[in-house]
Write a protein that binds this ligand. Structure first.
Ligand code: HEM
Length: 443
């Protein structure tokens, strides 16, 4: 491991636009190519100078010194328009209190309860599938994770909540993704039909959550769901969250939880179809343990290959593939000066594709995790790390494992041949729409 870290400006900047055209044209390839230039690489995106932490050690420093490198910068500022000051976007100064208040909602003891709701929703969503159906996979997975997240958030209102939430979140998720990739300021305020739809969806979602919060407060019952936990959360002075704060957290959980897990599932189906030998082994594992029935939380320890498929899918396609921090004061990152106010980017995608960390990094190889059981921090980071690490990591991986197990036990998902599945150009690494045929397995 080097003790001195290299720093360089990426080559190929154009006058005025800098690296923005190259970044926007092929974002993933562009970012994955940056380590070739240095451990800390400087870019110019239009008028903005940004730094990219390419070395795992620098990513670790960036994410653990969370007061020096606070939430903010290019990606986060856009996300804040929707998340408000919820847990994912609030500054470090507000974070400790919020995290302490919300952590109990994701405590290990609550997982079996959420998993039971997840299992019901997965079974319900797939119940309408028939042998030979051709489905739009990302849309189907998004419906599934919406149903699961809405149910775990508002168990008492699952049907009333899920539909409007699904429609609004669909528009909002795509809107946020597009906005983040538009570094030029002002473009999101032009009254285009897309921007108007985005604003309306935000308003609708506000209304749905306002109604749900009012209903829950009026009933005063614990529904064993996330919203009940938010309503009962107290800080050390005994103060609860206001309705506006709860709204921001609900939107945060929805946005942070639905798209990420749906993308993981969609990529998993493409990877399994492209690797039939691994898919056969997965089917064998599921046949032995489940015997055709839907997966339950208590089955997961007996499904190690299913877990490795999730881990490896998150390595190849980390749904949150790029994030930013902002230097709260003049700072040093890996020995290089970073001025106050500078944006620093880091990318789990870049880290996961480093050939010096992962042998044959482009290869889908769930078995690499048989030996690499504890990757060093900063090398594998689909959930980030440090104080701002994903609060829903176990929730998300549990949901993904249950969905893969339940679906693969009964169905073979084969993407329609002919066109390779490509990622959307967005801040979240999701596949573009693609179809697949569902073949019922003999159960
Ligand atoms: C496969 C699924 C998921 C992935 C890949 C993922 C990824 C991430 C990442 C990378 C971060 C760190 C962001 C940063 O450092 O700036 C994060 C934070 C967060 N995630 Fe997730 N997430 C997933 C599922 C979920 C779920 C299911 C929920 C909630 C139900 C959730 C809620 C959050 C929240 C609230 C934060 C902010 C945590 C904090 O700042 O304290 N995520 N997630």
């Amino acid at each position: 491991m080097p003790t001195t870290y290299t720093s360089a400006t990426a080559p190929g900047a154009l006058p005025l636009l800098g690296h923005a055209p190259a970044f926007l044209r092929r974002p993933l390839e562009f970012v994955a190519g940056l380590p070739a230039h240095g451990d800390l690489v400087r870019l110019r995106l239009g008028p903005l100078d940004v730094y990219v932490a390419c070395h795992p050690d620098l990513v670790r420093q960036l994410l653990t010194e969370d007061r020096t490198y606070d939430k903010g910068g290019l990606v986060l500022d856009k996300a804040r328009e929707v998340f408000g000051d919820g847990l994912a976007t609030c500054p470090a100064a507000a974070h400790r209190r919020q995290r302490r208040m919300l952590q109990p909602a994701f405590h290990r003891d609550r997982l079996p309860g959420y998993a039971a709701m997840m299992a019901e929703e997965i079974a319900g969503t797939t119940a309408s599938w028939s042998d030979g159906d051709v489905v739009d996979v990302p849309a189907a997975m998004y419906r599934l994770t919406t149903a699961v997240t809405a149910r775990c958030l508002f168990a008492a209102h699952e049907r009333a909540g899920a539909l409007p939430v699904h429609d609004s979140m669909d528009v909002i998720t795509r809107g946020v993704g597009r906005r983040v990739m538009m570094p030029l300021p002002g473009t999101d305020r032009i009254p285009t039909p897309g921007n108007r739809r985005f604003r309306r969806a935000r308003q609708d979602l506000k209304e749905v959550t306002r109604r749900l919060i009012a209903d829950y407060r009026a009933a005063g019952t614990d529904h064993n769901d996330l919203l009940s936990m938010l309503l009962s959360a107290r800080d050390e002075d005994g103060r609860g969250l206001t309705d506006a704060e709860i709204h921001d957290q609900v939107v945060t959980f929805l946005l942070a939880g639905m798209e990420t897990t749906a993308a993981t599932l969609s990529w998993a189906w493409t990877l399994l179809a492209a690797h039939p030998a691994i898919r056969d082994r997965l089917h064998a594992e599921l046949d032995t343990v489940l015997d055709g029935r839907p997966a339950r939380h208590e089955d997961l320890p007996a499904l190690p290959l299913t877990a490795r498929v999730v881990t490896e899918t998150l390595r190849l396609y980390p749904p949150v593939w790029i994030l930013s921090r902002v230097a709260a004061a003049d700072a040093e990152l890996g020995g290089h000066r970073v001025p106050a106010g500078a944006t620093i980017l880091f990318s789990p995608y870049l880290l996961h594709r480093r050939a010096d960390v992962f042998a044959c990094p482009a290869r889908f190889d769930p078995d690499r995790w048989l030996t690499n059981t504890r990757p060093s921090p900063g090398t594998y980071a689909p959930f980030g790390l440090g104080a701002r690490r994903c609060i829903g990591d176990v929730f998300g991986t549990t949901e993904a494992a249950l969905a893969i197990a339940t679906i693969a036990a009964r169905w073979t998902v084969t993407p329609t041949p002919g066109r390779p599945v490509r990622p959307t150009r967005s801040s979240s690494l999701s596949p573009r729409p693609f179809t697949a045929t569902l073949a019922r397995r003999p159960w």
